[in-house]
Design a protein around this ligand. Structure first.
Ligand SMILES: CC(=O)SCCNC(=O)CCNC(=O)[C@H](O)C(C)(C)COP(=O)(O)OP(=O)(O)OC[C@H]1O[C@@H](n2cnc3c(N)ncnc32)[C@H](O)[C@@H]1OP(=O)(O)O
Ligand SMILES: O=CC(=O)O
Ligand SMILES: [Mg+2]
Length: 358
């Protein structure tokens, strides 16, 4: 076991110092593209500045005989473009695959200065993160990088979910977690074949109600969220470790309404973003993971009304106090972070009073 004092020492001579805090960079949509797919790759330059994160995917959804082309394609795209406010992430192949070692060595040495976060799939425990942590330190030292790459783990096995807290605490590099509902459903032997989203069979039904003539009334049913438990665990583990939780993929590209609902549930529970698999999902994520102008306006009013931040006040018939002020500050701070990179939101949020200075 490493001593707490060693935790922030580089794991290789010459590697950059680990960060003490993970920067809160907006990442409402993590947009997946296959760098070996010419049509998708051609769209990357147009997406710079329009999406918070571009992710060159090397794992599932890339055919086995295209793995090397995808890796080389990502290197080419990273070298040919400047990404401005958009972050560049990659999802490497799983740690037991024949490709991951070359993924990591090639990407860190060729484009380590352009990459922000490395997403690692199918993480099962702290040992997986320790392996990646040390290897990245060695590669960063060799490449002469001056800032550490961050690591994002996909929660997509039962063992990964069971070990979620130790995964989050395994390295100062840990930036976030995403839910991987497809692999997780398979690993848990859940009986859904959908990539994320709900299922009409997973429901609760209201109690029987009998009419005066003794006949049964139609009983309403309410569909439940298959992913509530896992997302809630993920959110707690991330909050406890200063990291960011994300909903993952929503595979029914045509069902934009249900996608928006799933993303919003995640947002309300504490997630900061979701994956977009198709360009049509970028706008959904951008909308859902940005607080509404009304919510920001309300939050600012509470901040203003709370003065030094202690005590209790009545606002619009509701009690506000030290705790609800903290809830409102979450909203106000997120609005500030988003306004710093999104001119449209900056203008929209500017129209409501800023209670922080009041
Ligand atoms: C469970 C998991 O692991 S999820 C994560 C892994 N999966 C992925 O990354 C999937 C990524 N997305 C895709 O592969 C594709 O979007 C698909 C297969 C879902 C749909 O692709 P298509 O049938 O080509 O969609 P569609 O015809 O609507 O595409 C419209 C245009 O957008 C492009 N496009 C589609 N998806 C993307 C994307 N993710 N990024 C950039 N461009 C895209 C298409 O190439 C097409 O371009 P064109 O107008 O020049 O012909
Ligand atoms: O990788 C994502 C998943 O749902 O599986
Ligand atoms: Mg997966």
């Amino acid at each position: 076991m490493r001593s707490a004092k060693d935790f922030f020492r580089p794991l290789a001579v010459g590697a950059p110092e680990p960060l003490r805090e993970i920067p809160a960079r907006p990442s409402r949509a993590i947009h997946f593209f296959d760098p070996s797919n010419e049509k998708m790759a051609a769209k990357v330059p147009q997406l710079v500045g329009k999406v918070d994160v571009l992710l060159g995917n090397l794992e599932d959804a890339v055919k086995a005989d295209r793995k090397e082309a995808a890796r080389a394609g990502l290197v080419e795209i990273a070298k040919a473009n400047e990404f401005g406010p958009t972050q560049l992430w990659t999802r490497v192949n799983s740690l037991d695959s024949p490709w991951v070692l070359d993924d990591l060595t090639t990407l860190v040495s060729e484009i380590g200065d352009k990459l922000d976060v490395i997403m690692v799939p199918k993480v099962e425990g702290a040992d997986d993160i320790h392996y990646v942590d040390r290897l990245l330190a060695q590669l960063e030292a060799k490449a002469g990088l001056d800032r550490p790459l961050l690591v994002h783990a996909i929660l997509e096995t039962a063992r990964g979910v069971a070990n979620v807290e130790e995964i989050c605490g395994a390295s100062p590099r840990m930036q976030g977690l995403s839910l991987g509902p497809a692999d997780l459903a398979a690993d848990r032997r859940m009986k859904t074949t959908r990539v994320g989203g709900g299922h009409p069979g997973y429901l609760v039904r209201e109690d029987p109600v009998r009419d005066s003539d003794g006949s049964d009334q139609q009983r309403s049913t309410y569909q439940q969220d298959l992913w509530h438990y896992t997302i809630a665990r993920m959110v707690d583990a991330c909050a406890m470790h200063g990291m960011y939780p994300y909903y993952g993929p929503f595979g029914d590209i045509a069902d934009t309404l249900a996608c928006e609902d799933q993303f919003r549930n995640a947002f309300l529970l504490g997630c900061v973003g979701a994956w977009s698999l198709h360009p049509s999902q970028i706008e959904i994520a951008r909308k859902v993971f940005s607080p509404s102008v009304e919510d920001v306006a309300h939050a600012r009013r509470v901040v203003a009304a709370m003065g030094d931040g202690t005590g209790a006040v009545m606002l619009d018939g509701k009690m506000e106090d030290d705790a609800s002020l903290k809830q409102c500050l979450v909203m106000v701070r997120l609005a500030e972070e988003l306004a710093a990179i999104d001119p449209e939101l900056k203008a929209a949020y500017a129209e409501v009073p800023d209670g922080i200075d009041a």
